[in-house]
Every structure is written in structure tokens, then in C-alpha cells.
Design a protein around this ligand. Sequence first.
Ligand SMILES: [Cu+2]
Length: 126
Amino acid sequence: MSVMEWIVIIGGISLIAWINWYFFLARQPVSNAGIDGEGVQEVAIVVEGGYHPAVVSVKRDRPVRLVFDRRERSGCSEEVVFPDFGVRKFLPAFRKTSIELTPAQTGHFEFTCGMSMLHGRLIVQD
Ligand SMILES: [Cu+2]
């Protein structure tokens, strides 16, 4: 193979490695919920091209308040869905919208936009 072909192959492999790192590791900081005066676990999630943070860790059997702060008009993010909790909520642009739920089971629960393009995860622990 020519030097040029090697460069293309090595460049391609590096790019794939970087994409994997970026999407699966770097973009998934876990945020632990803070607890307010009433014992509600509250987390603020910025909605802008995705969910930030996308992974939220909470405790089981305690009320959770997720405050979605939507900072864009993109139609993609106008709804958020928690299929395991039967929740589907409209998020007005440039507003904060709270979703309250009390997880009764431990596990990982996905949440998505209405079209299932944006993804986040609620981790419920004991
Ligand atoms: Cu979408």
C-alpha cells in the first residue's frame, strides 16, 4: 500500500476512536441530584442540542424534580418523554419546565425527545 493509503486508514481509525470517545464517554457526565428543603431531589437539565447533563443519578422512593431549561427553538427538543413513567411533556422554548416523579424501582431509565433523537438517562439507586 502507498503511504497515502496508510494515512487515510490511520486517519479513519483515529476519527472513529475520537467519535466513540466523544459520544459515549465525554458527553455523559453523571450529575447527582441535590436535595431541597422539602426532601425533593432536584436537578436542572439544560436542553440545547441535547440534554446537559444527559445522565442524572437519583435515589429510589424519594420525589424527583427535573427542571428542564430549554434554551432553543429547535422542534426536535420541544417534547420530552419518560416512557417508563408514562410522562410526555411539552417544553416551551426559553422556559423552565418541571417534571416530578418518584421512582419506585432502581435501574436505568431512558428519556428522549418526542422523536427519540435526543437521549438522556435517569439512574435510580438505593
Ligand atoms: Cu427530537
